[in-house]
Design a protein around this ligand. Structure first.
Ligand code: ADP
Ligand code: MG
Length: 698
């Protein structure tokens, strides 16, 4: 495909757009993503209607209106007032409580006409408008339909600004090749992609709900469809790959089983049998292992690797962070020693000398199991005979790494382990028909983590109780709020909390965060493990996989800002040993009904799958599937409830297409789909920049 100017435009980086300030662009990118396509796929959640008034006296309700007035004068003071009148001489007072005078003077030049939009109230003999939601020239006002899209926003980006930016970005119009088969378009009454996008953002003067719903449905379908095609291609590549079947006896596996210091749960046994069946089948395995926090995925991974050792296959276990890689290594090393298998650790901190020796041993096949971060894939590591790759907590891996993985290991089995409990109904949307194993049972004697919630007014009490607990030998995590999508702000909040706790706990408290050097983080983490540090203040970096058995207290600040899945993940860091554990959810007012419900679900249950189902119910329609909070594959335009039926439909459609056209990557329409919907790994190699990223034009 020769990329068209239009796809080029859609893939333009937002930083490269003229006209907007770098502050605005930064906020915009944090809200919608990097490119124009991300911006125009930032869809309104609903619409507000606005009446265009010819005259002030025509106002009847308190609905938002747009009216044109002439500015008479400014009255400085508190509040700041701007006096104006309409064509009939009726008076309007525009009121601001805390805006700066120079700014307002520029916005409302005396003697000129301005269109103002907002809620109008009759006040004795005149009308008032407090904090108009939009001000501009009468010519600009025509730009607004009387039906206005309402978008999700972020701090520092106002609704009018975002609306204007999106409207601007839609001025470049062109067609794309249609990727949906015509009979489906007919049947569903779906418009073209461009028309759908345009209608959703610019609904015109009358709110046509049905039409908009169809447009949104089409856009949701596109997203699911691109995803499903991608999954099916991966899967068919996998199935084509015949591998020599694993033969009995599985002596390393049997031996390892004997050395495990506990009894495996039924779910663990069942999963292992499923994996071993795959190994024996003579086909490549690509399997998803879902297991709640603490369900014991690591040991399953180890045993599966041990099973393949019989065939003298090497395995690699990839962790998302160095901390976790190290942790897996130190947990599995003793077991490996017992069965006489060499295991290696390769992370950023590994010295050059160690690395050289390690690579040599891997190439010779002396090391059977390698644990590390994705650096394993990028480094020039060669295995003698790599047979199996396990990805822990896969959602932390980007497209790029996944591509590297699938390419590096075309002949390897793959197990993807995730702790995010995805409700059954959604597994298909995220993973298509990849084989799925579930660890739906916790090891025996797992502690129930008692959970309570408390208002942030009580913070001093909480700190005192924490101090007492630490003096009694407990260890605690203190997680600081997630603020919008800004890592810097997250960090600022965590730093402030750390400083205040340091005043009370002294050197027993430490701060870890995502922007720290991995090595420093590791050091602090070690100290927390061995007890020199007893309270770990952090941003959400500890969310994934960390296993410190004697940590018993989890305190989460601004718990109302976290999603259920995330709260559950965080809580899963405690309750891992013999000792009784607790979780304290600190909330600040105002607490929305949904936030309140989330906190009470957390208090009621420790069951991750139940929590995932409830989460889904709570989010209900209007909420987009897979947001940041669940950490899973993200869909921007698929709404829970409204679009559920599209999940299996997209899957079937993708299947049909692939049956008729086994190489969709050769068709222009599908190339556009893959480009726009972030599936660069499905494109011919020469169309991407070699790293699996869609090209971004300058
Ligand atoms: P996750 O699924 O969250 O990765 P881990 O693999 O880290 O869980 O396991 C959590 C803890 O439970 C580990 O310390 C592990 O040794 C232990 N464990 C795993 N399986 C069992 C079992 N069947 N019985 C008792 N403890 C187990
Ligand atoms: Mg784990």
């Amino acid at each position: 495909m020769t990329p068209t100017p239009y796809t080029d435009y859609l893939l333009t980086h937002l930083n490269d757009l003229p006209h907007y300030s770098s502050f605005t662009k930064k906020r915009l990118i944090s809200l919608v993503g990097k490119r124009v396509i991300d911006l125009i796929r930032h869809l309104p959640t609903h619409y507000s209607t606005r009446t265009f008034l010819a005259a002030l006296k025509a106002s009847t309700s308190k609905e938002a209106v747009m009216v044109t007035v002439t500015i008479d004068c400014h009255q400085r003071g508190k509040p700041y007032k701007i006096l104006a009148h309409d064509e009939h001489g009726d008076r309007l007072e525009i009121i601001y409580f805390n805006a700066r005078a120079p700014y307002l003077q520029k916005l409302f030049p005396t003697g000129e006409k301005r269109a103002v939009s907002g809620k109008l109230e009759k006040y004795f003999t005149h009308h008032q408008m407090i904090h108009p939601d939009w001000v501009g020239s009468p010519a600009q006002a025509q730009f607004f339909g009387s039906v206005e899209p309402v978008y999700p926003l972020t701090e520092g980006l106002t609704a009018p600004t975002l609306r204007r930016i999106i409207a601007e970005s839609l001025k470049v119009k062109s067609k794309l090749e249609e990727w949906i088969p015509p009979h489906i378009l007919d049947d569903k009454q779906w418009p073209s992609w461009s028309e759908a996008i345009y209608t959703v953002h610019m609904p015109g003067s009358k709110l046509e709900r049905k039409k908009i719903a169809l447009c949104k449905e089409r856009l949701a379908f596109d997203e699911l469809f691109a995803h499903q095609i991608g999954l099916l291609i991966l899967k068919s590549q996998a199935q084509k790959q015949a591998l020599s079947p694993l033969l009995e006896p599985l002596s390393f596996y049997e031996q390892a089983l004997q050395h495990i210091p506990f009894t495996l749960t039924n779910a663990q046994m069942r999963t292992l049998n499923e994996i071993i069946q795959d190994f024996k089948s003579g086909h490549r395995m690509i399997r998803l292992l879902q297991g709640d926090v603490g369900s014991g995925k690591t040991i399953v991974a180890f045993l599966a690797m041990a099973a393949l050792l019989t065939a003298q296959k090497q395995s690699a276990l990839l962790a998302p962070t160095e901390i976790l890689a190290r942790q897996h290594y130190s947990n599995l090393k003793p077991l490996a020693d017992q069965i006489g298998v060499r295991i290696g650790l390769l992370i950023g901190a590994t010295t050059l000398k160690q690395k050289t020796a390690l690579k040599e041993a891997l190439a010779q096949g002396e090391i059977s199991i390698l644990i590390g971060t994705h650096a394993i894939l990028e480094d020039d590591v060669t295995f003698k005979d790599l047979g199996f790759v396990i990805i822990d907590e896969q959602h932390r891996f980007g497209v790029m790494q996944r591509r590297a993985l699938f390419e590096k290991g075309a002949t390897t089995h793959i197990l993807i382990m995730t702790a995010t409990p995805i409700p059954r109904t959604l597994v298909m949307s995220a993973y298509g028909d990849l084989d799925v194993s579930r660890l739906d049972e916790k090891p025996a004697h797992r502690q129930f983590v008692r959970t309570s919630s408390v208002s942030s007014n009580k913070i001093q009490d909480i700190i005192n109780r924490l101090k007492a607990a630490i003096n009694d030998g407990e260890k605690a995590y203190w997680v600081c709020p997630l603020i919008e999508t800004s890592d810097t702000l997250d960090l600022a909040a965590a730093t402030i909390r750390f400083e205040s706790l340091k005043g009370i706990l002294g050197t027993q408290v430490a701060l870890i965060h995502g922007q720290m050097k991995a090595q420093d983080r590791d050091t602090i983490f070690e100290q927390f493990k061995n007890g020199a540090i007893r309270c770990l203040v952090s941003t959400t970096v500890i969310e994934v996989g960390v296993d410190v058995k004697d940590a018993t207290i989890m305190i989460i600040e601004h718990a109302e800002r976290f999603g259920l899945a995330q709260l559950h993940q965080l809580r899963g860091r405690v309750g891992r040993g013999e000792k009784h554990s607790s979780c304290l959810l600190i909330f600040s007012h105002p607490l929305s009904p949904i936030a309140e419900e989330r906190l009470s679900i957390m208090k009621e249950t420790n069951d991750g799958f139940l929590i995932a189902e409830k989460d889904l119910q709570l989010r209900g329609s209007g909420e987009v599937l897979g947001t940041k909070q669940s950490g899973q594959i993200t869909f921007k335009n698929v709404e829970i409830g409204a679009h559920d039926h599209l999940i299996s439909f997209a899957h079937e459609t993708a299947q049909n297409i692939l049956a008729q056209q086994p190489t969709p990557r050769l068709s222009e329409a599908y190339q556009q789909l893959f480009l726009l919907y972030d599936k660069p790994h499905l494109l011919p190699q020469e169309m991407t920049d070699g790293k699996g990223q869609a090209p971004i034009t300058a």
